[in-house]
Write a protein that binds this ligand. Sequence first.
Ligand code: CA
Length: 316
Amino acid sequence: MLEKIPVIDFAPFREGNASTRNEIASLIYRACHEIGFMYLKHPGIDSDKVGETFKQSRKFFNLPLSEKNKLAWSDELSNRGYVGVGRERLNDSKPGDLKEAYNIGKEIDPTRLNTAQPSLYYNRWLERDDRFRDTMLDFFSACNNVAIEISGAMAIALSLPESFFVRKHERQDNTLRLLHYPPLEQTPSPGQLRAGEHSDYGSFTLLFQDTVGGLEVRNARGEWIEAPFIPETVIVNTGDLMERWTNHVFCSTKHRVRIPQELRAKQSRYSIAFFCHPDRDTEISCLETCQSVERPPLYPPITAGDYLLSRLQATY
Ligand code: CA
């Protein structure tokens, strides 16, 4: 059983022959099966692009609250816009999280929206800041391309056709989220965390973080292990929907962001997450390769859209 989060070089998957690709896929299988987390080294996203997105993120969160609130997230269905500190509770029994966030989804051409689907799927942009908008959209698309490669590797890992998950994610119902954990000015309440213990909802998540630290992952032995910054990597973790789809062959692991000690608590922490979700109308029923007589399906089928909505409604 893996007790640490493995670091897997992903370049050979993108560039290699079939047997190399199978080798990488089997490392990914082991990571998803045993710990639900991995670092992918050389994921195929330019580090300047990551740096620029962090820069725009810092600039955004530095704006006055009144400016950020103009982009406030309005309801569960849209899942887009700004969410202020303390609004989101990942763990019901604890105080609100010490973080603020800003979400975008795939940009939709307004002329192609029908009137039965009002403004729900619009991104909420800052006025007169094309740089911010362009950086976010560019990063969304870069993450989506990486996610396509990873989906291929996961499908191979599960003995499915390589395009299996890609075809279920064609609408790009994904969310790009900027996160800021502000510096702590006073002593936190007992049990308060920067982000409460939770697992992610969707198929899988890409996570980019700065060097401040605090992310912890609960391994199969129930121990909280650190997931520090490692240069040139992205963290990939499988979500609850993937766990359900694979009949628990891939696990969705609890994680949290702890408040770091002393000086570091007085520093901001920034991270960027890209949450992948299957197309809303996709039926999530136990994969053929993940069931047998000894291992019958654990869950009935559900559409990806209904599943996500039920999870979002429980969080806010
Ligand atoms: Ca998470």
